[in-house]
Ligand binder design. Structure first.
Ligand code: ADP
Ligand code: ZN
Ligand code: ZN
Length: 737
């Protein structure tokens, strides 16, 4: 028995065990200062761990003499509000993910490791008096220094490393030189002008934009999910900016979530040009100090707007008044490892708890969101026309059956490219497969180069003379001789971007071609360099993978080509048609954004395919309605709810035994007939030497599926088979691999 005066701390720790751990307060710590939500250091095994106090109790299941004292309490006041804690608790329950892992994921790395919750001072720089007056000819031999100096001349206030890095590559030596020459000096953080919220007058909204703005701003004090559907270039961002202005006027903060790839320096600059309030960004290219500062500046209400990726979702924002989530259909909002959450879905719950509006934007809304509109849970706002003068692109299918292809290019397509180049306009070709060819095959015996560790072919990378697995790090030198029959008959089969690049260069030698894929843009700054060259009109032909589909605006591109529209049509994942339609629509949106009309050509061997035809002749909305009807027929989400239990191990029978043991438990608790599909081998049954199996659980009612999971999970972790496998649970899986 524990005494009633005793205080026991129940602490969430960042480990994959689903429980809290009890500790006594640190010795001699004033008990009146203990609070829920404080970070604390505790002994754990041989180490010290940082956790979060979630409960203060008078008793524990553990005898008090066995309880250890915590080491130190880190915070004076909690960094998270009660509402933040509530949201995290909701996420822990909904995703059935270990409690400590969920709660600690709200913090950036350093705070998670127990660093004090204080802003790190970062240096700011400004022009010296000499710097302000120097004749620029003096720096002619140092173009980088000159560019940097001119950047400083154009700024109203002092700039940090992060500001500079958003505009320049390899800027450190130039900055150092300017400091040495006494043209620039270090200073402290500039205080921000607060008299006025905006620096730039908003654009005159068109009728649809104004309608969207008015609808949303009429009810800024209540929870509504708005789905802002507008084709690329229809002026969604302008709508966001004008709503944000209204929310700022109420002295509230704003969270803007974007996929990594669309959170570009250009977008950041657009926000900073419009508003004079402090704006933070939070994404993977920032270092730990920058992330911690952005997080704390929002938490302390020093800054008003946070632009961030999925990982910014749980940042504490005490005066949050609006959430915007752009490209809501994008699968990067789903975390695919560890704590597998949907940033979109948690953002909606967050808005609901705070009773504030949330705006989901997309040119190609997800089927779930369109379903929620039909169910009257979300309110649809549409921007059907492009802003300014740009007109929508014209889409066409190009039948390539019985055509003589030159490395994937049909004669009709080659002619179209020629015509476009002759008009001095740019061409964008899209192929979602990097490397030279996806397969290396022997024409003597039919041998195919396969990855020894994965169920997958090795991809030919001709430039580097390698064959490489795209799922693990395996690679070999490109062989000349077949290892099976010893013939010298090895041939690359199929198309990759490298191969298409070669044919484009030989067909159009006097035009500049650039290839954008993960291989060609590995070097830091390479992508930005290519994008600059494209925007300056130095490039005529742009070839790339899905990296091209989002975020980048190419105003002089008037012809967009999908070289292989069929590749997405025959996947076993029921999400595949939706993804293909989104991709096609997004790629099409890259064309003719300015005053020139764009054309989109899709090469296909399936010109009668109903999906492609609905999409091309009736548009994305019609496609989505047809696809939803198919899902309803098949009782697939959003007409039902799913959870996917994945397991993998070195040995094939181990994951299978494990999943069968899980089924045996399910059978005891399955009162509401949750549908159990499997165990089956994962679509990619072997990956990085691991055999992968899965079990899909599905029910028409969410509460029955989740009820079963809740009963099931404690038993799963106790299974003896669970010790030998790695397993994970994915709620609302977006991809069945
Ligand atoms: P989206 O976010 O939907 O892609 P943007 O807001 O970026 O669209 O707008 C696309 C382009 O149209 C931008 O160059 C923007 O400045 C311009 N634009 C947006 N709204 C208007 C408007 N009301 N009048 C004139 N130009 C506009
Ligand atoms: Zn052979
Ligand atoms: Zn592999």
């Amino acid at each position: 028995m524990n005494s009633p005066t005793l205080i026991i701390l129940s602490v969430a720790l960042p480990i994959p065990i689903n429980r809290l751990f009890d500790y006594l307060p640190p010795k001699n710590y004033p008990l009146s200062q203990l609070q829920i939500g404080l970070r604390i250091k505790v002994p754990f095994g041989k180490n010290t761990k940082t956790g979060l106090i979630l409960e203060l109790n008078h008793n524990s299941n553990i005898e008090s003499r066995k309880l250890k004292h915590a080491e130190t309490v880190i915070d004076r006041t909690p960094l998270l509000t009660n509402q933040d804690l509530q949201l995290l608790y909701w996420a822990h329950t909904y995703y059935h993910h270990p409690i400590g892992d969920v709660f600690m994921s709200a913090f950036p790395t350093r705070l998670r490791k127990g660093q004090p919750g204080e802003l790190k001072q970062v240096p700011y720089f400004q022009l010296t008096t000499t710097g302000k007056t120097i004749k620029t000819q003096k720096l002619h031999k140092a173009p980088k220094q000159l560019a940097l100096l001119q950047y400083f001349k154009a700024q109203a206030s002092a700039q940090s490393h992060a500001n500079i890095a958003a505009h320049f590559k390899l800027w450190r030596p130039a900055l150092k030189a300017l400091l040495t020459k006494n043209l620039i000096e270090e200073t402290s953080k500039p205080s921000l002008p607060v008299k006025q919220l905006t620096k730039q007058t908003p654009l005159q909204a068109n009728t649809q934009q104004q309608q969207a703005i008015d609808t949303i701003t009429a009810h800024l004090d209540k929870f509504t999910v708005y789905l802002l559907e507008g084709v690329t270039g229809s002026g969604k961002t302008e709508v966001y900016l004008q709503i944000i202005e209204k929310v700022l006027a109420n002295k509230l903060q704003i969270l803007v979530l974007l996929p990594e790839i669309t959170l570009t320096p250009q977008l950041e600059a657009r926000f900073k040009q419009r508003f004079s309030v402090a704006i933070e960004t939070y994404h993977s290219k920032h270092n730990e100090t920058q992330r911690q500062n952005a997080w704390l500046n929002m938490q302390k209400n020093n800054s008003a707007i946070l632009l961030g990726t999925r990982s910014a979702l749980l940042t504490p924002i005490p005066k949050l008044g609006l959430i915007i989530l752009d490209e809501e259909h994008d699968s990067s909002f789903k975390q695919q490892e560890g704590f597998r959450f949907s940033a979109r879905d948690i953002a909606i719950v967050r808005a609901k708890m705070l009773n504030i509006p949330i705006v989901l934007g997309s040119a190609t809304p997800s089927l779930e969101s369109l379903y929620n509109v039909a169910q009257k849970r979300y309110q649809l706002l549409r921007l059907p026309k492009r802003a300014g003068n740009a007109s929508p692109p014209h889409l066409a299918l190009l039948d390539i059956r019985n055509q003589k292809l030159q490395e994937g290019l049909s004669p009709a397509l080659i002619q179209e490219i020629k015509n476009t180049l002759a008009k001095k306009e740019q061409v964008l070709l899209f192929l979602n497969r990097r490397g030279f060819a996806p397969t290396l095959i022997c024409h003597g015996c039919g041998w195919v180069a396969q990855c020894p560790r994965c169920d997958s072919n090795l991809v030919v990378h001709y430039q580097q003379q390698k064959i490489r697995c795209h799922h693990c790090s395996s690679e070999q030198t490109l062989p000349k001789q077949c290892p099976a029959c010893k013939a010298y008959e090895l041939k690359p089969l199929g198309l990759g971007t490298e191969r298409v690049e070669n044919v484009l260069r030989s067909l159009f030698p006097e035009h500049a071609t650039v290839r954008l894929d993960r291989d060609s843009t590995q070097r830091k700054g390479a992508l930005e360099q290519y994008l600059d060259a494209i925007n300056q009109g130095k490039i005529d032909i742009i070839l790339g993978t899905q990296m091209l589909a989002k975020g980048h605006h190419f105003p002089n591109v008037t012809l967009v080509v999908l070289l292989d529209a069929d590749s997405g049509l025959f996947s076993i994942d029921y999400h595949a048609p939706e993804r293909l339609a989104q991709l096609v629509t997004q790629v099409a949106g890259r064309a003719g954004r300015a005053d020139k009309k764009g054309r989109v050509i899709m090469q296909t061997r399936q010109p009668e395919h109903p999906l492609l035809n609905t999409l091309i002749y009736h548009g994305y909305q019609a496609f989505a309605q047809a696809a939803l009807a198919e899902r309803e027929e098949a009782e697939l989400p959003p007409y039902s709810y799913q959870a996917l239990l994945r397991a993998h191990a070195h040995d094939q029978h181990i994951p299978l035994d494990f999943l069968n043991a899980v089924i045996a438990i399910i059978d005891q608790y399955n009162r509401y007939d949750v549908l159990i599909l499997g165990p089956v081998a994962a679509p990619m049954a072997k990956r990085i030497g691991q055999f992968r199996f899965q079990l899909l659980l599905q029910h028409k009612q969410r509460k029955y599926l989740h009820g079963l999971l809740k009963e099931l999970l404690p038993h799963i972790s106790k299974l003896k088979q669970a010790r030998k496998v790695r397993w994970s649970l994915d709620i609302d899986p977006l991809d069945l691999y």
